[in-house]
Design a protein around this ligand. Structure first.
Ligand SMILES: [Fe+2]
Ligand SMILES: [Fe+2]
Length: 190
């Protein structure tokens, strides 16, 4: 596996773990069970920033851009769909953040709205990752050349270099992720 593939696979696993917690919290909200507002806020903070700042730029600026340049005919449709989903995701998360704010303020109907948005976000995120893992990444292996992969790996390596800046930000995301998984683990039997 290439460095770029390893990095994206690792980030997808991290996002899937969060999606599982979001789905669980959506169920608790739906069933009128107690939820932890701090945990929900950590989730919203994480998904507001991590995909946009760390994950999507790697996909869009390096992998997807080179796939399209190499073979737009074969890759164009799936890449258009993924880019469209990235934009929709941003709007969905903004709505989720607003619903959480209303819920924490005790607004009428906010619990149901938050439950619906959290449930649909968890579903969306899982499906989006499937589309990338099962369709886009195999296509990348098909169309990209050795030279493309070397350039993508170099861009990812630079991005991952702790000396290249952004170290504090990455630590903050790792911390937030740990907190979400620690607080959001469903109790045994659920
Ligand atoms: Fe994506
Ligand atoms: Fe992705």
């Amino acid at each position: 596996m290439r460095l770029a593939q390893r990095v994206l696979a690792r980030e997808h696993l991290a996002l899937r773990a969060v999606a599982r917690v979001v789905a669980f919290e959506a169920r608790m909200l739906q069933e009128d069970k107690p939820v932890d507002g701090g945990l929900l806020q950590s989730i919203v903070d994480y998904v507001t920033e991590f995909p946009d700042r760390i994950h999507h730029p790697k996909e869009e600026d390096h992998l997807f851009a080179r796939m399209r340049a190499r073979n737009a005919g074969l890759c164009g449709a799936v890449l258009d769909e993924l880019l469209d989903e990235h934009q929709k995701e941003e709007k969905h998360i903004a709505e989720l953040g607003r619903a959480l704010k209303d819920f924490l303020a005790g607004a009428d109907g906010a619990r149901q709205r938050l439950a619906d948005l959290a449930g649909s976000y968890a579903f969306f995120l899982d499906r989006h990752i499937d589309l990338e893992n099962l369709e886009a990444f195999p296509l990348a292996e098909k169309v990209l050349t050795e030279e493309d992969w070397a350039a993508i790996d170099a861009a990812f390596a630079e991005n991952d270099d702790p000396l290249a800046g952004g170290k504090d930000e990455k630590q903050r995301f790792a911390e937030l992720h740990r907190r979400i998984l620690a607080l959001g683990a469903p109790p045994p039997g659920l």
